[in-house]
Design a protein around this ligand. Structure first.
Ligand code: HEM
Length: 476
């Protein structure tokens, strides 16, 4: 075997001098090691720190020896555009077993999407509106009983979003709103990502870890597999009750029956898809609800404006989606919440193809990780003046041309081929749920620590620092 006779110091110097990313500005630590970035990831301050780095260094910032963060609209097009050749970074595999969200390979993802896209089609989502209504009705009952009390609204929105995902994708809800307590699966949801990450990172020595006689470690390692067991049990239960005909109203029936031209997925693949949807659809939606109600509680004038709009239409407890989908103030509140408190604030990482690509006029070599993050694109001061102010009016006052630019700058759903499939369902939940609740209730900040609790941190998805949002509920 040929050996390199040069000393390590010389090799280091050569690598440094030949560094193809050397012209891209960024913090010194990021140039020499990715440990800095790992530490940042685990601190919950990644999005915020990268945002500050963009302010300091400009539109392209080198954040590790092989990773660049971009911030411009052109970069979003170059990275996420439908026909380009970048693929999701391998870290997505750590988010769970192979599914539409986690598969990185372009062709494998295309094949998977062909088999599941019909499940998320507008007509399919419209079909499940009555299931969303049922959960909203139960949420109203919970709030009714708590009139005048300070409650953790985040917990109730979490239970609500989980019950919607259950009803729509698992064939039955988790019963959290009926029993008025969080189902156990919500506790598992808090631990499932770290557990799956360890499973992914140390897959070859998992057996060794399991051989260590330490119960808490076993419990931790088994959270991931146990989570998928929920999906598997729900799937078998569903098939035993209803078969595979595709005649029911929920979306699981459509997933099981498969696409009319390309047929269904294998059973294991269905289980992985439906289980991954539990995390794709729960905390994202419930955090958006929680931050919107938190902002409303701080700004009673926006409660007045929303209620004026809601009072101009009549509906029983829960409105039809078509009655509220275009209500201007509701729409502005939802979009400003998604902009200012993005449920997915972090870098959406992609890897460049071996031949390299040009991103926002920067020539990037092959196998480099590149990304934009919604936390920064959605705080661009040229497009969103006073970006650090929560101001729903910006969506009401913009002319048509600027509104288009603002929407284009929103990255919270991702973009292109890999953008969120659940977006229409999430909008339906957010608008119907908010309209029904705000028609009947008003909210006030319910604890002196609520502001501190709601400080934004991120671990890919947005996490409120205190993981609770105490608000006082008052019947109108
Ligand atoms: C406010 C709510 C939500 C937000 C902000 C959100 C955000 C996102 C983002 C950013 C991605 C793309 C990640 C990337 O490019 O790296 C994504 C993908 C996805 N989301 Fe959502 N999501 C939300 C709700 C939902 C819901 C309710 C569901 C369904 C139950 C869902 C299902 C999915 C799926 C299946 C994908 C993978 C798409 C693919 O690559 O084929 N999401 N979501």
């Amino acid at each position: 075997m040929a050996t390199d006779s040069r000393s390590p110091k010389v090799l280091c110097l050569e690598t440094f001098l030949n560094d193809p990313l050397s012209s891209i500005p960024g913090p010194f630590l990021g140039r020499i090691s990715s440990l800095w970035l790992l530490k940042l990831d685990s601190s919950g301050r990644r999005s915020h720190t990268i945002h500050e780095l963009h302010k300091q260094y400009g539109r392209a910032v080198r954040i590790s020896p092989s990773e660049i963060s971009f911030s411009s609209r052109q970069a979003m097009r170059d990275i996420y555009g439908a026909n380009n050749k970048l693929v999701k970074a391998p870290v997505y595999e750590a988010f769970g077993r192979p599914s539409s969200f986690t598969i990185c390979d372009r062709d494998a993802h295309r094949t998977r999407q062909k088999r599941i896209a019909h499940v998320f089609a507008p007509a399919a989502i419209a079909d499940v509106e009555p299931l969303v209504h049922e959960q909203v009705d139960k949420l109203l009952a919970v709030l009714n009983k708590r009139d005048g009390q300070s409650i953790d609204i985040m917990e109730w929105f979490r239970i609500f979003a989980l019950d919607v995902v259950g009803a729509v994708f698992l064939g039955r809800n988790f019963g959290g709103l009926e029993s008025e307590k969080p189902p156990d699966i919500l506790l598992e949801l808090d631990q499932v990502f770290p557990s799956l990450w360890v499973e992914w990172q140390f897959s070859s020595i998992r057996w060794l870890l399991l051989a260590i006689p330490y119960k808490p470690l076993h419990h931790f390692l088994n959270v991931g597999p146990k989570f998928y067991k929920h999906g598997r049990d729900a799937f078998h239960h569903y098939v035993s009750l209803y078969g595979r005909s595709g005649n029911r109203r929920d979306l699981l029936t459509k997933l099981i029956a498969g696409h009319k031209d390309v047929g269904p997925l294998k059973d294991d693949e269905i289980v992985n898809e439906m289980t991954n949807l539990i995390f794709a659809g729960t905390d994202t939606t419930s955090n958006t609800f929680s931050y919107m109600f938190y902002e409303l509680a701080k700004m009673p004038e926006w409660q007045d404006r929303l209620q004026e709009d809601l009072d101009s239409i009549s509906f029983d407890a829960v409105p039809d989606y078509k009655a509220v989908v275009t209500l201007p103030v509701l729409d502005a509140l939802v979009h400003e919440t998604l902009r200012f408190h993005p449920a997915a604030p972090a870098s959406l990482q992609r890897v460049t193809p071996p031949s390299g690509v040009t991103i926002d006029e920067v020539q990037v070599p092959g196998n480099v990780t590149v990304s934009c993050q919604s936390y920064t694109t959605q705080r661009d001061p040229d497009i969103f003046p006073n970006p650090d102010t929560f101001d729903p009016a910006r969506w009401l006052n913009a002319d048509e041309g600027h509104l288009r630019v603002m929407h284009d700058q929103i990255l919270v759903w991702g973009k292109g081929q890999r953008s969120c499939l659940g977006k229409p369902l999430a909008y339906m939940e957010l608008k119907i749920g908010t309209a029904a609740v705000m028609k009947r209730f008003r909210f006030e900040i319910g604890s002196p620590v609520t502001d501190d609790d709601m400080e934004m941190t991120d671990h890919f998805t947005l996490i409120a620092k205190g993981q609770r949002c105490i608000l006082r509920v008052i019947k109108r």
